[in-house]
Design a protein around this ligand. Sequence first.
Ligand SMILES: C[S@@+](CC[C@H](N)C(=O)[O-])C[C@H]1O[C@@H](n2cnc3c(N)ncnc32)[C@H](O)[C@@H]1O
Length: 425
Amino acid sequence: MHGEYFPYRASIETFSRLLNPEEMHPSYNEVPQHRRTAERLLGHLIDNFYNVEVRETIYKMLRYLKNKYHINEVEFDPSKYQSTMFRFMDVKRLAGVIPIVPDESFIRELYGVHGHGLSMYWPSLAPDIVYDPNKLAKSLSLFESALNYYDEVKAAFRMLSRKGRIRVRNLTSPYASISGVKGTHAARFEWAMHYFGLNSLYQGKSVKFLDIGSHPGAVARSMLKFIKAFITCITKIPDHDINNPMPYVLLQDRLKVIFGDIDDQDLGDQHFDLIHDDLDLVDKKLRPSGTNIAQSKSCLDRFIKFCGNTDRALMTVHDLDVDTIEKMYECYSAYGSIDIHRSRFSNPWRPEYMVLFTKTKNSRMKKKKFLHSMYHYFNAQTSFLIQWNQVLHKNVMNAFHEGVVERNPLQSDDAYKAESVKWVL
Ligand SMILES: C[S@@+](CC[C@H](N)C(=O)[O-])C[C@H]1O[C@@H](n2cnc3c(N)ncnc32)[C@H](O)[C@@H]1O
């Protein structure tokens, strides 16, 4: 929810403190070990409650202690609290006897955060944040906290089997299926053509599109919906499709496919109205960390290289860091205009944005202003990204511990589905 603050620290902090507790009170040793453990666990549960992994793990251990050792409650004495712990709440409200497995609403109440469904809170979809070059922030640090959390959730995701990962992703996603397109790459492309006003610019006109990294052809198929467009695809083909290289599209006069590596191609003086680049550096679902960032940077390099061959260039940024934004500045300087928006049909826990560069003769923004405007744009997405990662994290932990995964209610929301269809051609 916009403007709400969730105290959050990385799981490793809580778990390392649980493994190596600091004993401030020598007399504490007289308390039986299982009771000390319960008190400590409860303290850490309250301290880092908004970290889903910590919350789920500690609840599980507390339930175990309750059932096995019959500890039903713990007595809290505020004079024994460490000063750094519980710094976000009025500790006096915690004094007294509380149940060993407290209700989640009790802890949320202590933080003063209300109004959510407590088992699973499904955030709304992306706020319509529009890039404004005059809104500035000095650093990206706010958004970086969301990116760090995203990395942590990705690591938790890897605990699941391949089947488990697909199940969690499919059930948590708001997009059950998208009719009229071949998958999310094409849906995003069609959304972007609407959003950036390119449908009205190109439909019915004799235009030339270049699609880089086109296999298996979903975006090329969407490009053919522009009835007078001529499309050139340049793509490598993975071995498994060597006998049917572009399965999603019918080869025809308006479509030329060059099979090969884009780095070996010379576009010469060919001119395109639009270049779209979807090239993927690895063909795997589990991607080494840094792949998405390397992919964005290599795409930006190609856009700079082919700047003389096109009027516009469209890409998806799948992850980012300060260096990627600097590279975006180089590309912006070459073209003269940039627009960016969170992509529809992208799972909302991903930092995925569609970026359009347009050639203009306008004067360019200074680098510092460009970077600060991008920092502001991304910082404004922080709360949204964290909330969706919390939902994904919770479903990952549920799948891991209990085998249960909640389905995103938007998947059966007819009004939402009808609204989504508007965005495809
Ligand atoms: C994510 S897929 C593209 C999906 C495609 N846009 C669609 O809509 O069906 C990325 C593709 O990039 C291709 N690719 C990877 N490296 C390439 C390179 N150096 N040159 C050309 N194509 C490449 C891969 O073969 C892969 O099929």
